[in-house]
Ligand binder design. Structure first.
Ligand code: PMV
Length: 337
């Protein structure tokens, strides 16, 4: 680290982790708890100050979008696909620049480069991680932002993508670890005896969190009493899971994951492909399996005994030609460097 007088405020880098939802997705939007963990897949963002009134965002997925800094451009017919995709990041960057340009925004811009090893659209929280890392990198060009500052702005950006976001994804990506999360509540880290490792099975079907969250909203509006009963069960599963995690009781944890999946089926966010994969996991030695994230496709997570993992991965890859991603829950959240 250079001495403070050499600190380079023209370039900064940050990285943020993907996440899995172990318990409580969808119910967390309505105030029930959820348990999430940051995983060993990350998105890396570099930000560089430039002396032109533009914001350029480039990602290794092939998107490049350019925006103005003088005024906030709004999505419309003139927006390219890349501009639509990058709009939430742009609006967050714009807000940071406006807040710290001291009236010099006419001659101030940033260039952003995004590199990611988080598969997109499969329930691993890639959009939250990109918001967190981008805001951290851009914020660091102007000040030394703390995690709360970054989380607040990342959540605002994520709510452009889906306005009911519980905030859980941004929270775990910022703070890292295994988290017991309650919307607007007191969140806490769960101390597990060892790093939990799971297999993510990608169904190959991309999902839209926004669409699935609104599907659950309709379900809740039409079946309020049933939804409340399911939410009570989801809360009880979360509470039992905290104990199972702290005691490293993998058998119990697996049973709770499978129970949680049944609740998500009742909400209508699972489908035949997901249920088949969950069934396959359970028939092939998993302690438990469930969809993770919004559902409708995306991924299944399976808790597999260590000694069965290699055989399991080869079997499921052959049978369902599904991508399997072994992951480990890591305590490391946002990093700036
Ligand atoms: O699939 P993802 O990573 O977008 O997860 C969404 C999780 C939900 O609980 C369905 C929504 C939320 O805001 O918590």
């Amino acid at each position: 680290m250079p001495p403070f007088f050499l600190y380079d405020f023209s370039l900064s880098r940050a990285s943020a982790p993907a996440k899995i939802m172990l318990f409580g997705e969808h119910f967390v939007v309505y105030g029930s708890p959820a348990i999430l963990g940051s995983i060993d897949r990350r998105i890396r963002v570099s930000a560089r100050r430039i002396e032109s009134p533009i914001i350029n965002i480039r990602s290794d997925s092939g998107f490049f979008a350019s925006f103005a800094t003088e005024r906030l451009e709004k999505p419309g017919p003139n927006f390219s696909e890349a501009q639509n995709v990058m709009y939430p990041l742009y609006s967050a960057i714009y807000e940071v620049i406006r807040g710290h340009s001291n009236g010099n925004e006419g001659n101030l811009g940033v260039e952003i480069n995004i590199n990611s090893d988080i598969p997109w659209g499969i329930g691993l929280g890639s959009s939250a991680a990109s918001c967190v890392a981008t805001i951290a990198a851009v914020g660091s060009l102007f000040l030394e932002p703390d995690r709360q500052w970054i989380f607040t702005r990342a959540l605002r950006a994520e709510r452009i993508i889906h306005k009911c976001s519980s905030g859980a994804d941004c929270y775990v990506s910022t703070f890292g670890g295994l988290i017991y999360y309650v919307r607007n509540g007191k969140n806490r880290k769960i101390r597990s005896r060892r790093d939990l490792s799971l297999i993510v099975v990608n169904t190959g079907i991309k999902h839209s969190t926004k669409v699935l969250v609104s599907l659950v909203k309709n379900f809740r509006d039409e079946n309020t009493a049933l939804f409340d009963r399911l939410a009570t069960s989801a809360t009880s599963i979360c509470e039992q899971a905290v104990t199972a995690l702290t005691e490293d009781n993998q058998v119990k944890l697996g049973q709770l994951m499978s129970k949680n999946h049944t609740l998500l089926e009742s909400l209508g966010v699972s489908n035949e492909d997901i249920d088949n994969i969950v069934g396959f996991c359970l028939d092939n030695g998993a302690y438990g399996a469930k969809l993770t994230g919004a559902g409708g496709g995306g991924s299944v997570i399976a808790l597999i005994p260590d000694q069965c993992k290699t055989e399991f991965v080869s079997k499921i890859s052959k049978k369902n030609s599904c991508e399997c991603i072994p992951i480990r829950i890591k305590s490391c959240g946002l990093l700036r460097y």
